[in-house]
Design a protein around this ligand. Structure first.
Ligand SMILES: Cc1ncc(COP(=O)(O)O)c(C=O)c1O
Length: 668
């Protein structure tokens, strides 16, 4: 038997993965190094008695694996000598140990072997195939196809064994029937797992070049409010300037979503009906950008991973929250949902989700994006929803904006006002928001929860998590589950950082004021405490329509104020350059919004390479850019321009922010 050595620190695994089949918490293994070559406990299969087994079975086990003996199996706790110099079973030494009663036995009884919960991704190409039945007249033992000169046998569990047809050919998914503490060559390349079976503990280096999909959609959303060291400042009633009650939100949202908005429970279960729809494209892939790393000339210890959300029906992460929002509205008896959309991603996501639960959707799209991306309109209409350019003449708010400036390009602030007005003026209609609110951010946490498991499959844990921020939902989705681990002191790397990347043309987090402000232009929404550029802010017509929002999600702003996350503003030419090189290497054309995250990741990678430091970078590739060809065409022609929001305009916009004019909670 070739000596095996591996170094497994268990880093990057979740508590769930660090539980064995009996549910025991194995987190005390964290950070511990195991060298199989030095510690024979980890080079052997665990010990079991084989009560009731036939002699020929035990003989076979003993001959194949020197750590089995005929009266039970050894696990050498104190490094007892079991092997001779040639690593064969040392019978003399084993006899002596038995006489001294120093062999270690566990007797779970036949058939009660513990089965690992987390197997990682099983690579079918590397499955062990079973060859011929070597002793058909006895309890079956199967000879494995092997290049080794020494035949390796496989034993089934239980007295009778499997029927011939069950075990001829390749072994498939592990079941209690085909798992065995026998030779231990099965699924030997599974990505990572802690179990009683030492063979499953290996982290596969080979997996580094592949996509990890070996996880499943989480059963719950993660609510970071449960782990905040300081509670989130409450939303204020726009007229009375007191904290809002659930009744204040009732005209806009169904009760279940309002409950989620204020919930302090750590995990909220995802309804089965929602999971069924999300399962169409989830779990989404997490990949290592190895070709991009190569193109950038990064050293091997600077690794970039990305989670790809573009495979959803609408092409971005937005569908993760659109589906549950429509579902809860349907349950509450809502007859129509109104909403706004910037780039069109959110409108498309809600329009498609409306079709899943047969609920009409009415979308107000920021005019500049409506004109730049005609196929978003076509997509939304193909879903059976209605779409209007904002400002529109359908609402009083829109008409007023057009009166003031007939060429008004629109803004998310105006579109939100229009959607809210349309909602409150029609019966049994409700409103849905694609970002900013806490329940929306929570719905996105499926991204980060999957990423934790998938990265563990690669044997990694990030040093920094990066996402672009418009209202903050995709960044929250990938970052919050990791940040929650950090806040609970459970992170495998306690120094893990979180980087929000925003456009320099709309720099709410980096240059905005942290103060109570309205969420829309017409001042219809409650006041939210967040980084804001002023609700009257008219962002320049940059191509990342989804990032042109005057404020940030209160949760993201709060965490920024607490020093838990960092923010960076980037220019759109740099973002497009980074997105273009990523596209060439990795084959995914990013949405202009996503190029900001790519630029942020690139910045981190270059900084680490320059400092000669290892770094694992994880970023959210939140959407594809197939509807954004107008922008990519401009990029190809060299017509993308940078824009920095002028200081004087910012000062002027901030003068109207209520939070900077004495509105605060608790009252000053
Ligand atoms: C692809 C894409 N990314 C990012 C965003 C920004 O939103 P958020 O910050 O809520 O993720 C949008 C918004 O429309 C988007 O369409």
């Amino acid at each position: 038997m070739a000596p095996r050595s591996f170094d497994n620190t268990f880093r990057g695994m979740t508590k769930r993965q660090l539980e064995d089949a009996a549910g025991a918490d194995l987190r005390h293994h964290l950070g511990r190094k195991i060298f199989a070559s030095r510690d024979p406990r980890f080079a052997s299969a665990p010990s079991f008695s084989f009560g009731g087994r036939l002699h020929n079975e035990l003989d076979t086990l003993a001959s194949n694996r020197s750590f089995f003996c005929k009266t039970g199996t050894h696990r050498c706790q104190d490094g007892e000598t079991l092997l001779d110099d040639l690593r064969r079973r040392d019978d003399k030494s084993q006899k002596k140990l038995r006489e001294q009663g120093r062999q270690w036995k566990a007797v779970p009884g036949p058939g009660s072997y513990r089965i690992p919960r987390f197997m990682g991704d099983i690579d079918r190409a590397f499955e062990v195939s079973v060859g011929k039945n070597s002793a058909p007249w006895r309890t079956p033992s199967w000879q494995l196809d092997s290049t080794s000169l020494r035949p390796v046998f496989y034993h089934t569990i239980g007295g009778v064994g499997h029927a011939r047809q069950e075990h001829e050919g390749k072994l498939r998914v592990p079941t209690p029937r085909n798992l065995t503490p026998g030779p231990g060559h099965y699924f030997k390349d599974s990505d990572g797992c802690v179990s009683m079976f030492s063979d499953y503990m290996r982290l596969s280096k080979r997996a580094f070049s592949a996509a990890a999909t070996g996880t499943s959609l989480p059963k719950s959303w993660y609510n970071i409010q449960a782990d905040l060291p300081v509670p989130l400042p409450p939303p204020l009633h726009p007229g009375e300037l007191r904290p809002c009650t659930p009744d204040d939100f009732a005209p806009l949202f169904p009760a279940s979503l309002i409950e989620q908005e204020v919930s302090s429970e750590r995990y909220l279960e995802i309804p089965a009906e929602v999971r069924e729809v999300l399962n169409l494209w989830r779990p989404t892939p997490l990949r290592r950008a190895s070709r991009w790393e190569k193109l950038l000339g990064l050293p091997g210890n600077v690794k970039i991973f990305y989670k790809y959300e573009g495979g959803s029906p609408s092409g971005s992460h937005k569908t993760n929250t659109a589906v549950p929002q429509v579902y809860y509205n349907k349950l509450a008896g809502t007859k129509k949902i109104t909403t706004e959309t910037g780039a069109g991603q959110w409108g498309s996501a809600l329009a498609w989700s409306g079709g899943q639960f047969d609920l009409p959707i009415e979308v107000y799209q920021v005019k500049v994006s409506y004109e730049q991306k005609p196929y978003r309109k076509a997509f939304i209409e193909a879903c059976g929803a209605e779409i209007f350019p904002s400002p529109s003449t359908k609402t009083a708010v829109g008409s007023k904006a057009l009166e003031e400036d007939p060429t008004c390009p629109g803004s998310l602030g105006i579109a939100i006002s229009e959607a809210i007005e349309a909602c409150v003026s029609s019966e049994q209609a409700k409103y849905a928001l694609g970002s900013v609110l806490s329940h929306v951010l929570m719905h996105q946490t499926v991204i980060g929860q999957e990423a934790i498991e998938q990265l563990a499959g690669f044997g990694e844990y990030p040093d920094v998590v990066v996402g672009c921020t418009g209202g903050g939902s995709n960044f929250a989705g990938i970052a919050f589950p990791f940040l929650g681990e950090k806040l609970r002191s459970e992170a495998a790397k306690p120094e893990i950082r979180f980087l929000a990347v925003e456009p320099a043309a709309c720099p709410s987090l980096t240059r905005g004021a942290y103060a109570y402000d309205f969420g829309d232009t017409a001042k219809l929404t409650p006041l939210l405490k967040a980084h804001t550029l002023g609700s009257g802010f008219m962002p320049p017509s940059v191509h990342s329509g989804g990032l042109r929002y005057h404020a940030m999600a209160p949760l993201i702003s709060h965490l920024k104020e607490l020093g838990a996350i960092e923010a960076q503003a980037v220019q759109q030419t740099a973002a497009f350059d980074a997105g273009s090189s990523f596209f060439r290497a990795e084959g995914i054309l990013p949405a202009p919004e996503a190029t900001h995250a790519i630029e942020g990741a690139l910045h981190e990678a270059k900084a680490a390479a320059a400092a000669g430091k290892p770094r694992v970078i994880l970023f959210n590739m939140c959407g594809h850019g197939h509807f954004d060809m107008f922008a990519w065409e401009k990029y190809a022609k060299g017509q993308i321009e940078d824009f920095v929001f002028p200081e004087e305009d910012l000062k002027e916009a901030l003068t109207h922010v209520p939070g900077l004019n004495g509105v605060n909670w608790p009252r000053p």
